[in-house]
Ligand binder design. Structure first.
Ligand SMILES: O=C([O-])C(=O)/C=C/CC(=O)c1ccccc1
Length: 272
């Protein structure tokens, strides 16, 4: 795997990297927060499907992929910082309204933008989303306690995907090599330290005030964020519908890219 050709754009004090394919209504895909994650590795399988119907933009969160990774000595890798980055990114692109599709930490970030700037968000898709108090399972522990080794990366991928999914050596190497870049490594350590201290949850009253049209997608066998969290989001988000995928863990967009893309695109086009 190699990074798809991307673009850097200034978002506040640092540069944000993104890749995009297709034309039409803008849909921003926001990757999860595991080591080595970025727009390319999370969304390569879905981009061709999205690009047929939308302007699909896959962003790299601060400290991930090819976005800047500011020195943790002078930058706090908080959830607010990722929310602010995504808002600044939408505005830097000159977009008035977008749909956001967020995976896990990317879901928490998309939800945070819908809370802070509902004017910017047309539709919200939360996939395996963080944002609620989540027990630290062995699988989540593999992410939080990553040791920057290739075996550690294999443990992360095994934690994220269903056993029937076999990551290629290329996928493992791509993510591992990104994760051990000195600035990215320091940013990831700081990000996980912040998550261990603060969690990735919002208060229920914050979630309840989100009225954005939302689709909650979750793997029924998710070992990182249990499927019960999806039911909780459906309860709290009054304008939400859900789609639960059997025989699927945390990586619905990688385990079932065509199904995930079809369900999401039909939702974005108002068919669901
Ligand atoms: O591709 C990935 O790295 C990915 O999907 C990771 C998801 C886990 C995630 O974002 C997360 C990180 C910290 C705490 C809870 C959740």
């Amino acid at each position: 795997m190699s990074s798809l050709p991307g673009t850097l754009i200034k978002t506040g004090e640092f540069q944000t990297h993104y890749i995009e394919q297709g034309a039409g209504e803008p849909v921003i895909l926001v990757h999860g927060g595991g080591a080595g994650a970025d727009g390319t590795s999370n969304w390569t399988g879905c981009l061709p499907f999205f690009a047929k119907r939308k302007r699909a933009i896959a962003v790299d969160l601060v400290g991930f992929g090819h976005s800047d990774a500011p020195d943790p000595a002078g930058f706090t890798y908080s959830q607010d910082a990722r929310n602010a980055q995504l808002i600044a990114f939408i505005e830097a692109l000159g977009l008035e309204k977008v749909s956001l599709v967020g995976n896990s930490m990317g879901g928490a970030t998309s939800l945070g933008v819908a809370m802070q700037r509902p004017d910017l968000v047309e539709n919200l898709v939360l996939m395996g989303s963080a944002g609620l108090p989540t027990p630290v399972s062995t699988s989540l522990g593999a992410i939080l306690n990553y040791d920057f080794t290739v075996d550690g990366m294999r443990r992360i991928i095994a934690a994220l995907a269903n056993p029937h999914f076999h990551a290629t050596e290329d996928q493992v190497r791509y993510r591992h090599e990104l994760s051990v870049q000195p600035a990215t490594r320091a940013a990831y350590a700081a990000t996980m330290a912040w998550v261990r201290e603060h969690g990735l949850e919002y208060r229920t009253e914050q979630i309840e005030q989100v009225k954005t049209r939302t689709l909650v997608v979750h793997g029924k066998d998710d070992q990182v964020v249990p499927v019960t969290q999806a039911y909780k989001f459906l309860e709290l988000l009054e304008n939400s519908s859900g789609y639960v995928i059997p025989n699927c863990r945390h990586w619905a967009m990688i385990e079932y890219p065509e199904l995930f893309s079809a369900v999401t695109l039909d939702f974005l086009d108002g068919y669901r």
